[in-house]
Design a protein around this ligand. Structure first.
Ligand SMILES: *Cc1c(COP(=O)(O)O)cnc(C)c1O
Length: 386
């Protein structure tokens, strides 16, 4: 069925949004075939964002673990994470469609910042919705967005977190469909968003596959990535899905433990449900209400997951595991000390899983997607080191 990955995905939205989703899908299909548009995007990815990113052989970590570890360095991109691949791509697509206004919603603020960045360079009007609670918790990102020229609308209704921000963004989209593109930040939301975001992030896997073949003349045994909504993971997995010998691991945030409310591991501990316009694994209570979630890393703190991951879980092609807060912190430490690279706490979950399961990876070659850098996470360490 169109817009589904097996049982998952779909378009669970108000009737009034269906024409906008149809228009978006059609434009996306022509964009993909348009050589000029793609060349322009590639120029921005290269000269502005800093692609291609290195595939770095982590020698010290390799010696420590007895596992050959390569890191895909998305942390080196402009604005510090893989999110810019998607925001540059979707804003180019919006321009291609003749839109002049971008809206987005943001929880921790990282997607809001990546959106405001791409909107600034590409000359688009930008409005970001952010829950009041999140805005209080994430002041530096609020300031960044404003500095970059975005209008931040603080949402004071409902939960005053991501959920209310999503509702307000959707309402805005319905009112301003002609001029406005709604820029979704991960492989989530109604069809065609999961496809579009996967397409713009698939450059990670394309590069990584080429790079590992150049460096060691063979494919890796395994590829690991953290999963919040799932965009950096889908991005790198796309390069290896057809290589049956390459094991793929998606690592969710186990938080403080797998009791409801203490983690954000939707694939590990959730069940199928509808949120954000799509059917996918979802953390919910007995009544089907979306559950409170927790993770030490703001970027993994999302109760759902992209529908393609739900499909890849059921099909068995990708294995999903969890890394707990303390294990992610340990990995964060280890990489900083051994390699001089401070990883994002999100990415530290993929590393943490590798470290705790090192015995099953001994003498193997693995690629870990280092989705972002950790400077933004330093406030969390307050009290741990100083
Ligand atoms: C936002 C973010 C994530 C989580 O998003 P995905 O869509 O799951 O990739 C992971 N890592 C970093 C560094 C992020 O900023």
């Amino acid at each position: 069925m169109k817009g589904y990955f097996g049982l998952y995905g779909g378009q669970f939205v108000a009737e009034t949004l269906i024409p906008a989703l149809d228009e978006l899908e059609e434009a996306f299909n022509s964009f993909k075939k348009n050589k000029e548009a793609k060349e322009e995007l590639n120029r921005y990815l290269k000269d502005y964002a800093g692609r291609s990113t290195p595939l770095y052989f982590a020698k010290n970590l390799t010696n420590q673990l007895g596992v050959r570890v390569y890191l895909k360095r998305e942390d080196l991109l402009h604005s510090g994470a893989h999110k810019i691949n998607n925001t540059l791509g979707q804003i180019m697509l919006a321009k291609f469609m003749g839109k002049r206004r971008i809206i987005a919603e943001t929880g921790a603020g990282q997607h809001g910042v990546a959106t405001a960045t791409a909107a600034a360079i590409l000359g688009m009007e930008c409005v970001v919705y952010m829950g009041e609670k999140d805005a209080q918790r994430q002041r530096p990102n609020l300031l960044r967005m404003k500095l970059l020229g975005a209008e931040v609308r603080i949402v004071k209704k409902g939960s005053r977190t991501l959920k209310s921000a999503i509702n307000e963004a959707l309402k805005d989209w319905v009112r301003n469909i002609k001029t406005t593109h709604y820029l979704i930040g991960s492989v989530v939301g109604p069809h065609p968003f999961p496809k579009i975001v996967a397409y713009f992030q698939s450059i990670i896997g394309k590069e990584a596959r080429r790079q590992i073949l150049l460096k060691q003349k063979s494919l890796p045994d395994a590829v690991l990535a953290c999963v919040g909504g799932g965009s950096n993971a889908i991005g790198i997995f796309k390069g290896f899905l057809k290589d049956k010998g390459v094991e793929l691991y998606g690592i969710e945030a186990g938080g403080e433990g797998l009791e409801l409310g203490k983690h954000s591991a939707a694939l590990t501990a959730g069940r199928p449900g509808i949120m954000h316009g799509a059917l996918s694994y979802l953390l919910q209570n007995e009544d089907g209400q979306v559950a409170e979630v927790h993770s030490i890393s703001a970027g993994l703190d999302y109760p759902g997951v992209g529908p393609e991951h739900s499909f890849l879980k059921d099909s068995g092609r990708v294995r999903y595991g969890v890394c707990f807060d303390n294990e992610a912190l340990e990995a964060f430490n280890m990489l900083s000390r051994l390699e001089g690279i401070i990883p994002a706490l999100e990415s530290s979950h993929a590393l943490g899983y590798l470290i705790k399961n090192r015995e099953s990876f001994v003498n193997k070659t693995v690629i870990v997607n280092l989705s972002g850098r950790g400077d933004k996470d330093l406030p969390i360490l307050e009290g741990i080191y100083v």
